[in-house]
Design a protein around this ligand. Sequence first.
Ligand code: HEC
Ligand code: HEC
Ligand code: HEC
Ligand code: HEC
Ligand code: HEC
Ligand code: HEC
Ligand code: HEC
Length: 369
Amino acid sequence: MMVAVASGFCLVTLCARCVAVDDKGEVRPSNVAESVASVSAPTYVGKQVCRECHPQNFDLHQHSGHADTFSRSVDSEIAKKYAGKALDAGNPYGVFHYEWGNEGLRTRRAADMDQAPFALQYAVGSGRNAMTLLTLIDDKESDAAGIEHRISWFGSHGDFGLTPGHIGMTPQDERGLLGNVVRGKSVRQCVYCHTTTGTIVGTEIVDLVADVNCEKCHGPGSEHVQQARRSETPPPFSIGRDRWDLEAELQLCGDCHRLPRNIDPVALREYSAELLRFQPVGMLRSECYLESDGNFMCSTCHNPHQDSKAKSTAAYEQDCLGCHQPDSDAHVACSVSPTSGCVECHMPATKFEQGMVFHDHWIRIRDAE
Ligand code: HEC
Ligand code: HEC
Ligand code: HEC
Ligand code: HEC
Ligand code: HEC
Ligand code: HEC
Ligand code: HEC
């Protein structure tokens, strides 16, 4: 992805994993790290353990995009769609031929059919919007590097297309003919945002737990599970706090969905089109957020476990009406349409690259089109 992510501050933590990652100076521990400051280094137990006692959250999560953000290509149904195809990536890249091997998907350029195929190692993104292939490579310049393949699958229009950000790109060297070479922080963050745990070592990911699972947001769960097995009222657990306030939640979601600090200042000032996909950035500009004394946050409208599309537009509009009641003195009501149609007019679905659609989370009165 194009927007650089600041490596930011370090939170006090006793978690060996977080310290190890941070020592490299690359990946910033998220506020997940805070959750472990008060207990002695809990470890990850995996989502199947959480399922035992939280089956509803598990089922919701299982149907959300978070449960499917990363896999080895050999395990990806979407990667299989490439097998046997020949896809034109434009000049000077040429046509890619794809085949299926024991290790998953691999490719050769039409110009290099006499050479060994190049393995496409990981499938990143669920494919609902898009899925991009990533292969880790050895690199002279950095101890972590990968190639983000040039052709992605777009669930948005059910077809292959150029990977977001690749339009107008030119290859820097021979390897760049397979896609964009991403190094250092960019590739570490790529793995960080799409997995629960995992550290790039050479061309492999050590301790890989794919997807944005329970413990990515709630922190490693061994201590909580032990407590819960001993007592029906285990001590509070959520990211090391006894409640989720606005700041904690915003840092959590914004760690991946982006906060203003991750955005180029000029783009931020102009609110340029690519900011559409960074919902926290839009939300933070909204009157609803600014005027609500900390009561307006992602979970005002989203159950963080649920697929956002599994909730009807009418249900989202009930959330608006939770504040903008026509007969209430506490908030203003809409003079144009006081009880329905809120999302369509005030946070419309807007097309992005390759037919992907995002909803502008800067909730505002728009100029008549
Ligand atoms: C042996 C049963 C058990 C297991 C396994 C378990 N939990 Fe819990 N959990 C509970 C109980 C009991 C509560 C407290 C009652 C409640 O809020 O449902 C709780 C509460 C929670 C809460 C809310 C706590 C708060 O502070 O408000 C979260 C979040 C949570 N669990 C996450 C997890 C995650 C993530 C896992 C897997 C790593 C997990 N649980 C595994 C039994 C369990
Ligand atoms: C570790 C990174 C990470 C964190 C933390 C995170 N997300 Fe996501 N989120 C993702 C990724 C990656 C996707 C893309 C999923 C896909 O490929 O379809 C996504 C997709 C989504 C979607 C759209 C897909 C769907 O299932 O509806 C919503 C809504 C969403 N996230 C909300 C949230 C909220 C709310 C929070 C905070 C409570 C949050 N996310 C925290 C990484 C994260
Ligand atoms: C700062 C966290 C972050 C980084 C770094 C990051 N992603 Fe994502 N990615 C997300 C989130 C959040 C979403 C869901 C919202 C969205 O679509 O932008 C997402 C969505 C996607 C999608 C689904 C299509 C889409 O746009 O919704 C693909 C494919 C993807 N990422 C691939 C990658 C690849 C490949 C890299 C690294 C080369 C990468 N991402 C780096 C957070 C990140
Ligand atoms: C994207 C981040 C994210 C993921 C992934 C996630 N949670 Fe949560 N979870 C939250 C947030 C944020 C809250 C607080 C929501 C609120 O206040 O409404 C929460 C609340 C909870 C609660 C207490 C309230 C409730 O809904 O019962 C439990 C239990 C829980 N989560 C369990 C789980 C389990 C089990 C999983 C994995 C199957 C999981 N969570 C995955 C972010 C996440
Ligand atoms: C937690 C309460 C809350 C929720 C939920 C909420 N808003 Fe607001 N919104 C406010 C507050 C507070 C203001 C400032 C005016 C006022 O006091 O009513 C505001 C202002 C607005 C404005 C005027 C913006 C401007 O720039 O003048 C619009 C439009 C709006 N909201 C639409 C919506 C829509 C659409 C939704 C649902 C998608 C929504 N709001 C949900 C609290 C909320
Ligand atoms: C006022 C209600 C509201 C709030 C607050 C809100 N969202 Fe949304 N969000 C929506 C609606 C409505 C959609 C569109 C759902 C659909 O597809 O029908 C959406 C969609 C999304 C999507 C899917 C991609 C897209 O843009 O369509 C993501 C990701 C997302 N929200 C993340 C977040 C995050 C992260 C936060 C907090 C920073 C947040 N949202 C706060 C109402 C809200
Ligand atoms: C057809 C498009 C449309 C729909 C549907 C719509 N609005 Fe509006 N809304 C507007 C326009 C245009 C304005 C500015 C009106 C003006 O300046 O007189 C506005 C103004 C507002 C304001 C600011 C009012 C003020 O006096 O400052 C709020 C709050 C608001 N809308 C909320 C909502 C909510 C909540 C819904 C759903 C129940 C909704 N709107 C549905 C177009 C719409």
